[in-house]
Design a protein around this ligand. Structure first.
Ligand SMILES: [Zn+2]
Length: 138
């Protein structure tokens, strides 16, 4: 029971129990509705922007499955394979030393990004409703 919240004080008698239950049900419904609203209004990702060294190099729609090999570095020594599948983008392969980009969980919502620091690669999900000027990677 640790962490259980005290939803209502039990000051009223049994007479109010029914009303309390209705109230609780309504509150639950409102909470569920607002969660859904928040969930869906939180900018479904529309496209995937690939930036290398701060420069935007490619934009792909998130709705189309594809696999893209991104080659970077002075001698094309950097390699990342970006996979877009089922509306999610992830890095499936990379030859960076840390491999963090491969371990990063797939991104699907606007504002989420996958970063490969050694390769100066940023894969960013952008959406219609994303705030302009709110660029966390800048
Ligand atoms: Zn990496």
């Amino acid at each position: 029971m640790i962490g259980a919240r005290n939803v209502k004080p039990s000051t009223d008698g049994k007479r109010k129990t029914r009303n309390d239950m209705i109230l609780a049900a309504v509150l639950l419904l409102v909470a569920a509705a607002s969660f859904l609203l928040w969930h869906f209004s939180r900018a479904e990702g529309e496209s995937v922007t690939v930036k290398v060294g701060g420069t935007e190099t490619a934009v792909y729609p998130l709705s189309e499955d594809r696999e893209v090999e991104i080659i970077g570095g002075e001698d094309n020594e950097y390699r990342n394979v970006v996979v877009i599948r089922d509306g999610k983008v992830s890095v499936s392969e990379a030859n960076c030393p840390d491999g963090i980009c491969v371990k990063t969980r797939s991104a699907s919502r606007a504002g989420e990004s996958i970063v490969c620091l050694p390769h100066k690669l940023v894969i960013e999900v952008t959406g219609e409703k994303s705030e302009p000027g709110l660029d966390m990677t800048a």
